[in-house]
Design a protein around this ligand. Sequence first.
Ligand SMILES: NC(=O)c1ccc[n+]([C@@H]2O[C@H](COP(=O)([O-])OP(=O)(O)OC[C@H]3O[C@@H](n4cnc5c(N)ncnc54)[C@H](OP(=O)(O)O)[C@@H]3O)[C@@H](O)[C@H]2O)c1
Length: 246
Amino acid sequence: MKNRVVAITGGNSGIGLAISELFLAKGYKVAIFAQSVERMESFQKRSPENVFIYPGDVSVSEDLEAFYLRCYELWGGIDTVIANAGVALPEGVADVTEESFSKSVDVNFKGVFFTVQKSLKYLDKGSSIILISSIQAQRGAGIWSVYGATKAAVRSLARSFAQELGSKGIRVNTLSPGVTDTPILEKFGFGESNLNEILSKVSASTPLGRIGDAGEIAKAALFLASDDASFITGADLQVDGGLAQI
Ligand SMILES: NC(=O)c1ccc[n+]([C@@H]2O[C@H](COP(=O)([O-])OP(=O)(O)OC[C@H]3O[C@@H](n4cnc5c(N)ncnc54)[C@H](OP(=O)(O)O)[C@@H]3O)[C@@H](O)[C@H]2O)c1
């Protein structure tokens, strides 16, 4: 995989960081687009010639355009695009405000759309696009109505993109994690003891009896990016310990 280039949004935290680390270890050049880039200094220092960090907001398409242009100037093209940046705002239907609704849609849906659109002119035959959705796209739960809908939108985008880009030899798939141990869990604001209780219940209803590790999601992303997945497009790979499969 020497000299292959992956561009990932939200590659500075949780699942995105695990993907960035794994792809770098496998010989990829890694371009990371995220808002808080200061915490990535040590990651960049590990392999300065193979890591490029760009500060931006996925809901601002000009930021994405500038990011891809810099990647192209640096490395001449992109092989894998991973639309991973996302927010999860738990709110019951009565509590959702226009502001929080727009934030979820702007980052999780609009952000994913333009992450793909702005990358297209730099992708060639054999490229892979991976959209990070969620098992919540196919499930119902009060506090996740808006989040689940944005992730279902992402699943829908992958189907249409796969159909449209297949003739160009570009594969598009979603990767849907189940509950995975990342900083997003603390951002829910449930408080430590409530969160632990919820995670215990989730683990108990998961066939493998636990929540996921970000590294396990990263391995699935590496598979979808690789030639081992050369005949897989329009699919949804669910990595959830079986939670949504039974
Ligand atoms: N963890 C889970 O249980 C789980 C389950 C299913 C799906 N997912 C999905 O997996 C993806 C990664 O989540 P995670 O669990 O790794 O959470 P995380 O650690 O909170 O990471 C979220 C990432 O999104 C980035 N981001 C958020 N808003 C952004 C914006 N406007 N512009 C650019 N970047 C932005 C964040 O960067 P900054 O910090 O710089 O804002 C951060 O890197 C998300 O799409 C999430 O919905 C997670």
